[in-house]
Design a protein around this ligand. Structure first.
Ligand code: ADP
Length: 268
């Protein structure tokens, strides 16, 4: 996102070097800044459930000592907060594993209709609780893609879980596949009939811990890392998440994956 103007050939060499150096330092500082912000945010996100846990323990040891009903209530709070911390840690570990795999291009051949099928079965219990349904179209006819199966399953899961959490109760989540114009990619789309996302949020949606409505995200058990995970997996696949939304109508998330090369019959 930061472009450097072409360096004119008749600039003295020291000046060219100074410009390159300046560019590298600013981008290093930006990376460092993002890293510091991330550690601060992650610590804060972990501190919140931990404080609640400590508060509950204090109450159990003190005021609630002889009150079995209150004990039950506080233990349930503790269970929820411990689960939140576990989810956060799992997501943080996923992110760091994905980043470690960043320089290794995915090399396996993957059937997207199987991935979508598996992801739907995993999310179904969440969707059922909100009386929602999935509709999948045109997936079985698609060619295979070159991708990391586990990672693309994670992408589908995160997008389907979000649609099931944020779209209106009783609505349908549409999953569809198509060939790109060039015929070199498969494009997968997940469209919900939810409240939509205001334009000013769209560009920041895949940032770690960015949420449109923090209270709603928390209530639905979100960590704020789901779309950041999606973004980083897609980066490894040389792809990106396209988000289109209309307030009151719904949101469509889509991304493309390269079609796997046909095996040559005699590649000996
Ligand atoms: P979270 O754990 O909060 O769901 P995500 O990174 O998965 O974190 O999503 C970031 C934010 O984007 C969410 O908090 C929510 O505000 C918004 N969002 C994600 N998916 C949808 C959707 N399908 N419809 C409306 N808002 C969404």
């Amino acid at each position: 996102d930061m472009t450097i103007a072409p360096i004119s050939a008749d600039l003295p060499e020291e000046e060219t070097q100074a410009m390159v150096f300046f560019y590298e330092v600013t981008s290093l500082l930006r990376t460092e800044r993002m890293r510091v912000d991330f550690v601060a945010n992650a610590s804060h996100e972990l501190r919140t459930p931990l404080s609640s846990l400590m508060g509950s323990i204090e109450t159990l040891l003190g005021p609630a000592q002889d009150d079995p009903e209150a004990q039950q209530r506080f233990l349930q709070i503790m269970q929820k907060e411990a689960e939140r911390m576990a989810r956060l840690i799992d997501d943080l570990l996923s992110l760091s594993r994905i980043e470690m795999s960043r320089h290794v291009p995915p090399s396996t051949t993957v059937d997207v209709s199987l991935i979508v099928g598996n992801a739907i079965s995993t999310v179904l219990p969440i969707a059922r609780r909100r009386d929602m349904q999935f509709s999948a179209e045109l997936l079985s006819a698609l060619p295979k893609v070159r991708a990391d199966e586990d990672q693309i399953t994670q992408v589908m899961l995160n997008l389907l879980v979000n649609a099931s959490k944020y779209a209106d109760q009783g609505t349908i989540v549409h999953i569809s596949g198509a060939l790109s114009n060039t015929g070199k990619h498969v494009i997968l789309s997940i469209r919900d009939e939810g409240p939509g996302i205001a334009a000013e949020h769209l560009a920041r949606l895949t940032e770690r811990f960015y949420r449109v409505d923090t209270a709603r995200s928390r209530k639905m058990g979100g960590t704020g890392l789901g779309l950041a995970i999606v973004k980083h997996i897609l980066l490894r696949h040389e792809s990106q998440l396209d988000i289109r939304s209309q307030l009151g109508k719904g949101t469509t998330f889509s991304f493309r994956l390269p079609i796997a090369a046909e095996k040559t019959p005699s590649a000996a």
